[in-house]
Write a protein that binds this ligand. Structure first.
Ligand code: BTN
Length: 255
């Protein structure tokens, strides 16, 4: 398994470009990175701002090998752990993960991940795992409404300058090593689950589970092998919640 790297100074969205490349027959594990995105995409239909030269915007195209379609969203979990590992390896900064896949430093978001899947008649044709990392941002580069919840590698390094190229390469190296095990295990999270849970910032915290029909509160326990977050409700019962259906918000701030 080897990544093939492509770099663009400016692109609408690296996820969109990876999909276009898939339609043009690009190789498995093609990585598209950009210095600037003009139409970056975030989760839940939000946009994702990647201003020129300050972030990492990178996406990997994957043709999934014999993994059941409902296990493929778990690739986002692999990506989150890979970002955490890459940042720790390169810069010795401690990272946490907010379920399902925000990577944080000191409780502030450093990275977002958007996994998109294209299927035909119930069969997955390609998956694009897109990762945005805040690298050179100063505090005022973040919009006022997210300024207290977001950070960048440079801000955390307090003066030293991180390398976007090194970050991209380390992330995908870790990811491919996890992906190999994931394919071997037929789409199970396997050994990555305890690694993920050891970084889970929601663990033992009181959270509000925001659901379309009815919100509820409880204590987050850990992520289960299917990628669901286990919540102990106030009546003592445990409910597994799915990231496709709910958002989890800390009762005291972002986490
Ligand atoms: C989130 O909302 O937290 C997910 C943000 C994902 C952003 C990345 S940047 C690279 C890739 N290309 C996109 O358009 N989005 C993802």
């Amino acid at each position: 398994m080897e990544a093939v790297y492509k770099y663009y100074d400016t692109i609408d969205s690296t996820n969109l470009e990876a999909k276009r490349l898939a339609h043009a027959g690009a190789k498995n594990f093609t990585v598209v990175s950009a210095g600037e995105q003009t139409a970056g995409r975030g989760r839940s239909g939000h946009s994702w701002i990647s201003p020129e030269g300050v972030s990492v915007a990178t996406s990997m195209l994957i043709y999934p090998e014999g993994i059941a379609m409902d296990h493929l969203p778990r690739l986002t979990i692999l990506a989150g752990v890979s970002v955490a590992e890459a940042v720790e390896e390169l810069y010795d900064l401690a990272t946490q993960i907010k379920w399902p896949n925000d990577v944080l430093i000191g409780g502030k978001k450093i990275c977002g991940i958007l996994t998109e899947l294209e299927a035909d008649k119930g069969v997955a044709e390609n998956v694009v795992v897109g990762i945005g990392v805040n690298v050179h941002h100063r505090k005022d580069d973040f919009a006022p409404e997210i300024r207290d919840m977001a950070t960048s590698l440079d801000l955390e390094l307090g003066g030293a300058r991180a390398s976007r190229k090194a970050v991209v390469e380390a992330i995908w190296r870790h990811f491919l090593s996890h992906y190999q095990a994931f394919v071997r295990d037929g789409g199970q999270l396997g050994d990555i689950l305890p690694v993920y849970n050891s970084r889970l910032i929601n663990k033992n915290k009181r959270v509000r589970v925001i659901h379309q029909i009815k919100d509820f509160c409880g204590v987050a326990l850990e992520m289960d092998p299917e990628g669901k977050l286990l919540i102990r409700r106030d009546d003592g019962t445990v409910t597994a919640v799915d990231s496709g259906e709910v958002h989890v918000r800390g009762l005291y701030g972002y986490v």
